[in-house]
Design a protein around this ligand. Structure first.
Ligand code: ADP
Ligand code: MG
Length: 287
């Protein structure tokens, strides 16, 4: 009967680490026509390496800058934060998060902290505007430094740009394959990211251009809006994310895949399709 078929399908889902809020969610997984992927930590590993880190102006010295940045970033769980803390340690600078007196996390932008009485902002172009940085126009200007596809970070201290850095990440193994499998199942994949357009394009190149759309520079709420738009246009929509910084988009989801193996995404859709078929057959045979 239908309840038994649903139960078996849910059991199979649970075994692969897929938690589903009810059997009908599993069936709608089988109806998915579009998949929206978060970039950092989902398509990519979320393991950044620092390509460049330099002082801007003569207000602070390198060690001071590394000390502030690593101490404040110790308060963040963002993958970029971990890379910055590690970088400082590799330069023999020990972060002291206990000396940070105030912090505020700006999702999709960066982090703010007070240290040694200084107000320090670390993050992308959006954080520059927030910090009311005096060199606003120059600071946000992305100079071509020969490094392709990197994410650029800024450090602003009491309204002055005092540091700049660039980082890059690599794609997960299986990401391109997972997206190709989805494509062969008639599902189009798009990327949603809070990171720069350059970083989004770089990931797309690493994947061999398998994504159909790239949306960069998004805030968490922009991701929700885009997912809703995809839903309106295509129906059942899959949002694939690591949950980091994506609480608004993830909390509203009906299923969670508790696995780092991205190839389980097409597998979950196949499971959903099979569940639908089984149920359809059962319904037909009971008529
Ligand atoms: P994604 O959508 O790729 O997961 P996020 O929304 O997590 O990206 O972050 C978007 C951007 O905000 C990052 O690419 C980075 O520029 C900036 N950012 C976020 N958190 C931090 C942080 N702790 N330190 C520096 N920059 C940050
Ligand atoms: Mg993320």
């Amino acid at each position: 009967s239908t309840p038994v078929a649903t139960f078996c399908a849910l059991l199979r889902a649970a075994r692969m680490g897929l938690l589903v809020k009810g059997g009908n969610v599993l069936e709608s997984l089988g109806e998915v026509r579009v998949a929206a992927f978060d970039k950092t930590g989902t398509i990519t590993r979320g393991e950044f390496s620092i390509k460049d880190f330099h002082v801007v102006g003569d207000k602070v010295e390198m060690n001071q800058l590394l000390y502030w940045v690593s101490s404040i970033e110790s308060k963040s769980s963002h993958p970029m934060a971990a890379a910055l803390v590690e970088y400082a340690q590799s330069k023999s600078v020990q972060p002291k998060p206990e000396n940070v007196t105030e912090t505020c996390i700006y999702h999709g932008e960066g982090i703010y902290g007070v240290m040694d009485g200084k107000q320090i902002y670390i993050g992308n172009e959006r954080i520059i505007a927030r910090s009311s940085c005096r060199h606003h126009q120059h600071a946000g200007h992305q100079e071509t430094d020969g490094l392709k596809g990197v994410s650029i970070g800024h450090v602003i201290c009491d309204g002055d740009l005092v540091g700049k850095f660039s980082l890059s990440d690599t794609c997960r193994t299986g990401a391109a394959e997972a997206i190709l499998q989805l494509r062969s199942m008639g599902i189009k994949s798009v990327m949603l990211t809070g990171d720069s357009a350059a970083a989004a394009k770089h990931a797309q190149e690493q994947l061999g251009g398998v994504l159909e759309e790239l949306h960069a520079g998004l805030l968490p709420e922009d991701k929700v809006r885009l997912v809703r738009g995809l839903q309106a246009r295509h129906g059942a929509t899959l949002m694939v994310g690591d949950g980091m910084n994506d609480a608004p988009a993830i909390e509203t989801s009906h299923a969670a895949l508790m696995s780092g193996d991205i190839l389980r995404v097409p597998k979950a859709v196949r499971l959903g399709r099979r569940a639908r078929r089984t149920i359809a057959v059962n319904v037909a045979s009971s008529v």
